[in-house]
Design a protein around this ligand. Structure first.
Ligand SMILES: Nc1ncnc2c1ncn2[C@@H]1O[C@H](COP(=O)(O)OP(=O)(O)OP(=O)(O)O)[C@@H](O)[C@H]1O
Ligand SMILES: [Mg+2]
Length: 375
């Protein structure tokens, strides 16, 4: 049992508010990723859970016990840091056994446990190695084994994979997930890497400027971003400025920098007045790009109940990104990007006249204060 409850957590350093009013319940055995840009308060939140920083306000409960004023060594948490911090003058085995030694575990028992942990992170055979001679990925595994060896209720991970190259990082993400399933402990994992959060997390908590903006399952936050910040942070998207021209029973009509009146289908009454400024998000995956044919020019199909919109454009750039190909398309003065899977690119190339088409149902809209308009 190791659920964590943060209630109104706040940390100020002089004038700086590092963490502001963070409240969340983390379930026993959950893997929660705290995701956010640099300086958003992720590490500070984690360090408060660990007891390495004391909150200016708010409370922390672990397993129902108020640990807010408890020192780090009294909490059964263990932390893995970005820089691994292995002891250079100890062997790998001694490194992993270190925490157990500090807890007064017998030499025999701690060696047994350390070997078991090294096996779990696939580092058996390296017991006698000098950690300074290990690769980044191996150091990371040893650090993980060391943190797991003490059998913590809560494992706190602060960007432990960010010093690894892409390929190794992706492998370790999968392994970390497997280890989490295996040990059945509560993990709080801090990262600024969206892909990592999506790969690892049971739930993602997105932070910005010290605040926890949204918490949810990965697909939930992706499908249903609460505000414009999250929409921009979770993936590349095309933001398009728009102004409401009129609202109808089933649609909001907007004028956009694409120079086309776009129709946003809606199923509710709106208080959006004509003139209201919005930002639309057209994600690349909703844009289908096809060679322009004469009759497809600038058509907007709404009459038959279809919510498809098509605009003509021109390919400025084709960027190969491995598994996908990205097209930068100018539509009047605006540049939008669309994507296709490599292998499905057809014969599109720079300079081609194309049509971009999307379903209006897939467009998200945000007010100037960043809040989402529910359409
Ligand atoms: N000990 C400190 N003294 C003063 N300000 C601090 C201290 N620790 C953190 N801060 C400030 O608090 C804010 C949040 O920092 P924090 O380290 O929690 O961010 P982060 O989300 O972990 O960022 P990163 O992704 O860069 O690690 C930052 O503005 C930072 O400068
Ligand atoms: Mg940090």
């Amino acid at each position: 049992m190791s659920e964590i409850t943060l209630q109104g957590l706040e940390k100020r350093y002089g004038e700086t508010t590092a963490v502001e009013d963070v409240s969340i319940e983390i379930a026993d055995g959950e893997l929660l990723c705290l995701l956010g840009p640099s300086g958003s308060g992720k590490s500070t939140t984690l360090r408060m859970i660990a007891g390495l920083e004391s909150p200016t306000e708010g409370t922390i409960h672990i397993d129902g016990e108020d640990v807010t004023d408890q020192p780090a060594y009294d909490r059964n948490t263990s932390t893995v840091f970005q820089d691994w911090a292995l002891f250079p003058h100890k062997t790998v085995l001694e490194n992993v056994a270190f925490g157990l030694k500090m807890r007064g575990v017998s030499a025999e028992r701690r060696e047994e446990r350390a070997r078991e942990m090294l096996e779990r992170v696939q580092m058996a055979g390296h017991e006698d190695d000098d950690p300074t001679n290990l690769s980044g990925g191996q150091k990371q595994r040893v650090a993980l084994a060391r943190s797991l060896a003490v059998n913590p209720d809560v494992l706190l991970l602060d960007e432990p994979l960010s010093n690894l190259d892409k390929r190794l990082r992706e492998d370790m993400q999968i392994e970390l997930r497997e280890i989490h399933e295996d040990v059945e402990e509560t993990f709080v994992h801090v990262t600024h890497d969206q892909d990592e959060a999506f790969t690892l997390a049971d739930r993602i908590g997105i932070m910005n400027e010290g605040k926890l903006i949204q918490v949810g399952d990965p697909d939930e936050v992706y499908e249903n971003p609460k505000n414009r910040f999250i929409e921009g942070f979770l993936g590349d998207t095309n933001f398009v400025d728009a102004t409401v021209t009129r609202t109808a029973v089933d649609a909001v009509h907007v004028d956009t920098e694409l120079d086309h009146e776009l129709v946003l289908p809606t199923d509710r009454d709106h208080d959006l007045e004509a003139g209201t400024e919005l930002t639309l998000s057209l994600r690349p995956e909703i844009l289908s790009i096809t060679q322009a044919s004469a009759e497809a020019d600038d058509q907007r199909v709404v009459a038959d109940g279809s919510t498809t919109t098509a605009v003509p454009g021109r390919i400025d750039n084709v960027i190969y990104r491995g598994s996908t190909v990205r097209y930068s398309v100018s539509v009047n003065e605006t540049s939008l990007f669309a994507e296709r899977n490599a292998g499905e690119t057809g014969d599109l190339s720079a300079g081609d006249e194309v049509n971009l088409e999307w379903d209006g149902e897939e467009v998200l809209a945000f007010r100037t204060d960043g809040s989402r308009v529910s359409l």
